[in-house]
Ligand binder design. Structure first.
Ligand code: 5GP
Length: 190
């Protein structure tokens, strides 16, 4: 998606050979117009599928997932990283090791919002080693929901997550796929 790639080149900051900071439009401040385009692009790519639920993880998956939900008219469920008093039981849970924080979180989704009747599209902001998506797949599996595929805003194709998921036969659509962050430069796959 050219608009997204241009934005990454203009505003992304390469923090290391493996970490890209995009706080100005995705991870802290949000660019709503870009998010709208992202929602439309995901909708186009999965236009042949009937999606009944969009599943993401707090917090940075919520904006792109919600824009997609608006386009296709499907509700968005986000996995929560901390248990709260209002989310105490009746949960699907999975453990996710965070690439950026280097800590393991338990993520949870209420059983009220995901069931075997659902056709689920998983959305997230970044794909690195695939841990977050694996946790969401685990939750969808516990719900016996049908997973249509995965939509990622920024895949770092030099890390293993995308390959691991595709090898399992899971459809993964990423809107920008980064080949390298070496020498402080962002290079995309074609
Ligand atoms: P994974 O679970 O695939 O290893 O990593 C994906 C998760 O880690 C995403 O939900 C995202 O929040 C975070 N993440 C991974 N790599 C990056 C990165 O280069 N930049 C930012 N901002 N977040 C990342």
């Amino acid at each position: 998606m050219q608009l997204l790639k241009d934005k990454i080149l203009k505003e992304g900051r390469v923090l290391s050979e493996t970490v890209l900071k995009v706080d100005s439009f995705l991870n802290h401040q949000i660019d709503p117009l870009l998010m709208k385009e992202i929602g439309e692009e995901f909708a186009n790519r999965y236009s042949d599928d009937v999606i009944t639920k969009i599943l993401t993880i707090e917090s940075s998956g919520i904006a792109p997932a919600t824009m997609l939900g608006l386009v296709i008219g499907a509700p968005v469920v986000f996995a929560r990283k901390r248990k709260s008093l209002t989310l105490a039981d009746n949960l699907y849970s999975s453990k996710v090791h965070s690439f950026t924080k280097n800590e393991t979180n338990e993520i949870s989704v209420s059983r009220d919002f995901l069931s075997s009747d659902d056709n689920v599209l998983i959305i997230d902001d970044f794909l690195a080693n695939g841990e977050a998506v694996k946790g969401l797949l685990d939750i969808a599996q516990q719900a016996e929901a049908n997973v249509i595929g995965v939509g990622i805003v920024i895949e770092k194709g030099f890390q293993q997550g995308g390959q691991l998921l595709r090898e399992q036969g899971i459809r993964v659509e990423s809107l920008a796929n980064i080949k390298s962050l070496a020498n402080g430069q962002v290079e995309f796959f074609d």
